[in-house]
Design a protein around this ligand. Structure first.
Ligand code: AMP
Ligand code: GLY
Length: 422
């Protein structure tokens, strides 16, 4: 099988790495890829959807997998499908589940999926009066895509009103913030649950937990995610069952009934409050860094999972996972998440301990290949050190042993990934 992967992060590296180990896969392209994906396949400098479809057609690509949300929301799947090309991901309409928080919240309400109490509005007056009816903290969200920055957890009523005002005036996030969602704060623990969907059927992956704050003990600013692990023992059979019955089934049925059957990754951001899973948000793609831990847990060929999902054939797939744990620690550049950092050469020491060498690997993200052939840290989240083990502790210890072997100027990482499970 020949496969084209759209994206350039650690998530796309991890998908490529899983496919590279799959004997059914003969060739992988990345568009655009990063400085390390060229070790797994070939990088392409193409971004235009029609040009990508031309490439897929001309080169006999059997399957295209879309990593990030932006091309999905912009309709890459529609372009490929219109030309009869097989692509894994939701259509633009279905991708509104992530592209518009108002669409998502109203969808959840229509289908009785549990979520935080909210209003959607473009009126400051309505926002103020709803804010007054809530107790702090209060959550204010821009409607559109803001690269993960559009959510403010306000600690007081005044702060919530200020955030609402800045968003609605267009000053905070431009057009993406001129409609907002105001909602109650949910106090619990957060999970990332992923269902691979083919429009009708689905496969639920082992539940993961991300660490969104920059610093240990969940302090500091929000980031794209500083590390994750799976499966998390914070999900028991009862929570899986509730997610299945109250969330995944009604969502897929609702999407089908509303004429936009969902194909691709349904990423369910869950807050567990007193044992009840409440939906914070949907995304329509894999989490990053969660994907970097989930891909190595996949025992079945990765191509089978993605291809059968893309062609509506998941009911004929038998997808299995390793009975193991994976922990991933993000190594970020010096000034992440505030601003970009100067390029820094990455040096990776040889790992002498066989046990660590065989149970760890790096998923590369914000890296570029220099003209000298060396790898440089050039992005915010540079790479993810992944450890596998029979227990979370073993996987975590291995991941951190690998972290100790990776060097670049200004590197920063959390030292407490998976603490809630240990
Ligand atoms: P979102 O983009 O909606 O997932 O929001 C980003 C982060 O803000 C989430 O991962 C949560 O940590 C937090 N968050 C969002 N909504 C709420 C809420 N209603 N209550 C508590 N935390 C929230
Ligand atoms: N790790 C969270 C996300 O990808 O949105």
């Amino acid at each position: 099988m020949k496969i084209l992967i759209i994206g350039s992060g650690g998530r796309e590296y991890a998908i490529g790495r899983a496919l590279k180990q799959d004997e059914n896969v003969e060739k992988i392209w990345f568009a655009p890829g990063n400085g390390a994906t060229d070790e797994l396949g070939e990088n392409l400098d193409i971004t235009d959807f029609d040009a990508l479809a031309d490439f897929a057609e001309a080169n006999g690509v059997d399957l295209t997998i879309v990593g990030p949300e932006a091309p999905l929301v912009e309709g890459i799947v529609n372009v490929f499908k219109a030309r009869g090309l097989t692509i894994f991901g939701p259509t633009a309409k279905a991708a509104q589940l992530e592209g518009s928080k108002i669409f998502m919240k109203n969808f959840l309400a229509r289908h009785n999926v549990p979520t935080a109490r909210y209003i959607e509005t473009d009126s400051l007056e309505d926002a103020y009066s709803f804010i007054n009816s809530l107790e702090a903290p209060i959550v204010v969200k821009a409607d559109g895509l803001c690269g993960g920055k559009g959510v403010i957890i306000a600690q007081s009523h005044d702060e919530a009103k200020k955030a609402a005002g800045e968003m609605l005036s267009g000053n905070a996030f431009g057009e993406a913030g001129t409609k907002i969602v105001v909602e109650e704060f949910l106090d619990g623990y957060e999970l990332s649950v992923f269902a691979i969907c083919d429009g009708k059927d689905y496969v639920v992956l082992p539940a993961a937990q991300d660490h969104k704050r920059l610093l240990n003990n969940d302090e500091g600013p929000n980031t794209g995610g500083m590390g994750a692990y799976a499966p998390t023992p914070l999900v028991n059979e009862d929570i899986y069952r509730k997610l299945d019955e109250r969330v995944i089934k009604p969502t897929l049925k609702g999407m089908e009934e509303e004429g936009m059957p969902f194909t691709g990754v349904l990423f369910i951001g869950v807050m567990v409050v007193k044992g009840e899973p409440i939906i914070l948000e949907y995304n329509v793609r894999f989490g990053d860094p969660e994907c970097e831990e989930l891909m190595p847990l996949l025992k079945s060929p990765a191509s089978e999972l993605f291809y059968k999902a893309a062609t509506g054939d998941l009911k004929n797939a038998k997808i299995e996972f390793h009975d193991k744990y994976a922990v991933g620690v993000v190594m970020a550049s010096k000034d992440y998440p505030y601003k970009s950092s100067p390029p820094a050469e990455i040096i990776i020491d040889e790992i002498h301990h066989e046990d660590v060498r065989e149970n760890t690997h790096i998923a590369f993200a914000g890296v570029s290949r220099g003209e000298d052939g060396k790898l440089y840290a050039t992005g915010g989240r540079v790479l993810v050190c992944v450890g596998l083990g029979e227990s979370i502790k073993e996987a975590r210890d291995r991941a951190y042993m690998l972290v100790g072997q990776v060097h670049f100027a200004g590197k920063q990482c959390r030292t407490d990934i998976a603490y809630q499970a240990l």
